[in-house]
Ligand binder design. Structure first.
Ligand code: UD1
Ligand code: CA
Length: 459
C-alpha cells in the first residue's frame, strides 16, 4: 500500500427506478457518452490508481461492454441494492490503497479540479463530503452543521423535519476517505428504519460522535447535479451544454444561440469561427480559422480547414476537409472523404472513401464513392460512380481538368484521364482517354405521324 495512492469507488448498482428504463442508470447517455463514462473521463487526468465499479448482478455485461478498453477497473457485484453504505462495504475488500473516493454513477458533471481538492482535504482530515448550495434541495440529503460549522449529520429528505428540509446545502454523495476510516464507519451503519437501507450518509453522524475529523467542501450546484430521472437527464444536458458553449464563446467562437448547439465529444475551434443554430458536433471535431457552420448541420469526427463554409443541413462524418472548401446545403460527406483546398460539394451530393482534388466541383445530386478526383475537375449534376457490382467495391480514378457532363454513370473500375470530357447521359465502363470527348449515347430519333394516346371512355 503506497502512502498517497487512491481508489475511486463508483456506486452504480442502484435500481434506478425513477429512470423508468431497462438500461442501468449509469449507462444512460448524456452528451453522447454514458453517465459513468463522464465520471471515468474526469478521473483520467487525476492521480487515481484504480477504479472499482459497483454494479447490480444483471448489469455486469452491459458495463463491461460499454467500458471495454478501459484499464484498471475492477467490477464488483452488489447482490442486492441495500443502500449506498452497503455498496461501499461491498467494494472495500477490493480497495488496496489507503485513500478512497466515493463517486456516484449518477453524478456526471463533477470536475477533475474539485476531485483533486477533495484529495488535498483528506491529507488534513479523515473524511470530506462534497456539498453544493442549491435553490431547490428536494431529493438530496441535507447537511447539518454544529455551531462551529463542523458537519454533524446528513439527513435524507424523507427523514427531514420542517426546519431541516429548508437547508440548502446538500450532500453531493461524493466523499473522500482514509480507507481505514471508511472501513470503521461503514461497519457501524445500521439500516434506515423507514427504507431499510444502509445509508452512507449516516457515516457523518457516527464520525461526529466518535471525534473523527470530517469536513465539507462546497462547490457549484451544477457540478453536483444528480441524475435520477429522464427530466434530470435533460437538465444535465442543459448544464453540460452551457459549460461547453461558455468555454467556446470565451475562446472567441461566435455561437448564435448556445441553447441550440450540442457538443457530444470534443470540439476545438480556431479563430473567428461561427456556429449557427441546431448544429451537433459528435466525437472529435476540429474547426480551423474562419470556418462557418450553417443551421441543421451535424459534424462527426472530422477536421475542417481554414475558411471553409458548411451550408445548412449537411452531415459530415469521418472526413478531412481542406481549407476554403464549400459544402452543402444538404450534402452527405461519409467516412474517409478528403476534400483538398477549394473543393466544392453541393446539394444532394453523397461522397464516401474518396478524394476530391484542389478546386474541383461536385455541385449537384451526385454519388462519389471509392473515387479519386484530381484538380480543377467538374463533375456534372446527377453523376454516379457505380462502385459496387453486388459483391465487390471498385475504384474510379478521374484526372485533372476533366469535365464530366450531367447524368453520367462511371462503371468502376474505370479511369478517366486528364483533360477528358464525357458527354452528358453516358454510361462509361471502359478507359476514357485524355483530352478527347467520350460519349456513349444512342442516336436521337423523331417519329413522324405518332399520336399521343387519348383517354378511353368508361362504359
Ligand atoms: C444519494 C444520497 C443523498 C445525496 C444524493 C446525491 C444516500 C442515502 N443518499 O441519494 O444524500 O444527496 O445521492 O445525488 O446516500 N447505489 C448502489 N447501491 C445501492 C444503492 C445505490 O450502488 O444499494 C448507487 C446508485 O446506483 C447511484 C448512487 O448509489 O448511482 C446513489 O443512489 P441513489 O438511489 O440515486 O441515491 P439518491 O436518492 O440520489
Ligand atoms: Ca441519485
Amino acid at each position: 500500500m503506497s502512502i498517497m495512492a487512491w481508489t475511486a469507488v463508483i456506486l452504480a448498482a442502484g435500481k434506478g427506478t425513477r429512470m423508468a428504463s431497462c438500461k442501468p442508470k449509469a449507462l444512460q447517455m448524456l452528451a453522447g457518452r454514458t453517465l459513468i463514462g463522464h465520471v471515468l473521463n474526469t478521473l483520467d487526468n487525476l492521480s487515481i490508481d484504480e477504479a472499482v465499479i459497483i454494479h447490480s448482478p444483471e448489469a455486469k455485461s452491459d458495463f463491461e461492454e460499454e467500458l471495454i478498453g478501459r484499464n484498471n477497473i475492477t467490477y464488483v457485484e452488489q447482490k442486492e441494492a441495500l443502500g449506498t453504505a452497503h455498496a461501499l462495504k461491498t467494494a472495500l475488500p477490493h480497495v488496496s490503497t489507503d485513500n478512497l473516493l466515493v463517486l456516484l454513477g449518477d453524478v456526471p458533471l463533477l470536475s477533475g479540479f474539485t476531485i483533486s481538492k477533495l484529495q488535498e482535504e483528506v491529507k488534513k482530515n479523515d473524511l470530506v463530503v462534497l456539498t453544493g448550495t442549491v435553490d431547490n434541495p428536494s431529493g438530496y440529503g441535507r447537511i447539518c452543521k454544529d455551531s462551529d460549522g463542523k458537519p454533524s449529520a446528513i439527513i435524507e429528505e424523507l427523514d427531514c423535519d420542517d426546519e431541516q428540509r429548508k437547508i440548502k446545502e446538500i450532500n453531493s454523495g461524493i466523499m473522500a476517505f482514509k480507507t481505514n476510516v471508511a472501513t470503521n464507519l461503514v461497519e457501524k451503519i445500521k439500516p434506515n428504519p423507514k427504507k431499510n437501507e444502509y445509508y452512507l450518509t449516516d457515516a457523518i453522524e457516527i464520525a461526529y460522535h466518535e471525534g473523527i475529523q470530517a469536513s465539507t467542501y462546497l462547490t457549484s450546484e451544477e457540478e453536483v447535479f444528480g441524475v435520477n430521472s429522464k427530466k434530470d437527464l435533460s437538465e444535465a444536458e442543459k448544464i453540460n451544454r452551457k459549460n461547453i458553449t461558455d468555454k467556446l464563446m470565451d475562446s472567441g467562437v461566435t455561437i448564435i444561440d448556445p441553447n441550440r448547439v450540442d457538443v457530444r465529444g470534443t470540439l476545438s475551434c480556431g479563430q473567428n469561427v461561427t456556429i449557427d443554430v441546431n448544429t451537433v458536433f459528435i466525437g472529435d471535431v476540429k474547426l480551423g480559422d474562419n470556418v462557418t457552420i450553417a443551421p441543421f448541420t451535424i459534424v462527426s469526427n472530422s477536421v475542417i480547414g481554414d475558411g471553409t463554409s458548411i451550408y445548412s443541413h449537411s452531415n459530415i462524418d469521418g472526413a478531412d476537409i481542406g481549407s476554403s472548401c464549400n459544402i452543402g446545403p444538404y450534402a452527405r460527406i461519409r467516412p474517409q472523404t478528403k476534400l483538398e483546398e477549394g473543393a466544392r460539394v453541393g446539394n444532394f451530393v453523397e461522397t464516401k472513401k474518396s478524394v476530391i482534388g484542389k478546386g474541383s466541383k461536385v455541385n449537384h445530386l451526385t454519388y462519389i464513392g471509392d473515387a479519386k478526383i484530381g484538380e480543377k475537375t467538374n463533375i456534372g449534376a446527377g453523376t454516379i460512380t457505380c462502385n459496387y457490382d453486388g459483391v465487390n467495391k471498385h475504384q474510379t480514378k478521374i484526372g485533372d481538368e476533366v469535365f464530366i457532363g450531367s447524368g453520367v454513370e462511371l462503371v468502376a473500375p474505370i479511369e478517366v484521364e486528364n483533360g477528358a470530357t464525357v458527354g452528358a447521359g453516358s454510361t462509361v465502363s471502359k478507359h476514357v482517354p485524355a483530352d478527347k470527348l467520350t460519349i456513349e449515347r444512342s442516336k436521337q430519333k423523331t417519329i413522324d405521324g405518332w399520336k399521343r394516346p387519348t383517354k378511353k371512355e368508361e362504359k
